[in-house]
Write a protein that binds this ligand. Structure first.
Ligand code: HPA
Length: 270
């Protein structure tokens, strides 16, 4: 159960440390932390200090909220996220989205690292997520949620805001950044997929595979936050090349990414 009192305690704690309420939220995936170098940082809050908030166990995820002005807009940025594969429940992964809702966030931008199932994508491509398949085995709303926070039986048709996707495509075109659109399948992890799983996911219509994002997207839909999700292709999915997959592939693909992503964010948050 996602309890109102616990979410409120966390949001009151953050609100007590910041000035203006944030209008935008950003969740930065593995290696993306530097994408917001233009953020005029006002406050940094460690996840460990926020009541009821779970912490990342992953060294690639710093684990802090950074709050400040980005292009004149007040933004709360999660540098690092937590994952179900770290031993957390889906609702614990989604918890910060409900906190952002109470803080006043209207628009959430999610970034992540993914494996490409669609053979037309290349490593280091950015791909907008237009829809997802939840293959993570859980749903953050499954154990119930206080109706003051969200509508559990929420519609997911427009979870990935068509208007924000159009805006992101226009910004990308202006900056000469290639931006495809695809369907993301969210898996539990932490092992990578088997080649047979990837072939099956392709038949289902998935273009990208990753171990995050789905809980946060469901949470954003349930509480009425407009959402955009941008994936970075860090590797071709299992079985698509002869190579074995490892974390090194993911870190190697991050080179130059913060700068390219920063340009996109700049145009989207204005
Ligand atoms: N599979 C699952 N998650 C991922 C991958 C992948 O190939 N690449 C980056 N995150």
């Amino acid at each position: 159960m996602i309890e109102y009192a616990k979410v409120k305690e966390a949001s009151d704690f953050i609100a007590s440390k910041i000035g203006e309420a944030p209008e935008y939220g950003i969740i930065l995936g593995s290696g993306f932390a530097k994408a917001v170098s233009n953020l005029e940082v006002e406050t940094v809050i460690e996840y460990a200090d926020v009541p009821n908030m779970r912490c990342s166990t992953n060294s690639m995820h710093p684990g802090k909220f950074v709050i400040g002005k980005f292009n004149g807009k007040q933004v709360i940025c999660m540098q690092g996220r937590i994952h179900m594969y770290e031993g957390y429940e889906s609702y614990e992964v989604a918890f910060p989205v409900f906190v952002m809702k109470l803080l006043g966030v209207k628009t959430l931008i999610i970034t992540n690292a993914t494996g490409a199932i669609n053979a037309s994508y290349n490593v280091t491509d950015f791909v907008l997520i237009k829809d997802h398949i939840n293959f993570s085995g859980d749903n953050p709303l499954r154990l119930g949620i206080d109706p003051r926070l969200a509508n559990a039986c929420c519609d997911m048709t427009y979870a990935y805001s068509p208007a924000l996707r159009e805006k992101a495509k226009a910004v990308a075109a202006k900056h000469g950044v290639e931006l495809a659109e695809g369907v993301y399948i969210g898996v539990f992890g932490p092992s990578f997929e088997t080649p047979a799983e990837i072939r099956a996911f392709r038949i289902w219509g998935a273009d990208l595979v990753g171990m995050s994002t789905v809980p946060e997207v469901i949470a954003a839909s349930a509480c009425g936050i407009e959402l955009l999700a941008i994936s970075l292709v860090t590797n071709m999915a299992a079985g698509m090349t002869v190579d074995k997959l490892g974390l090194d592939d993911i870190t190697a693909a991050m080179d130059g990414v913060p700068e390219r992503l920063g340009k996109l964010l700049d145009g989207i948050i204005e």
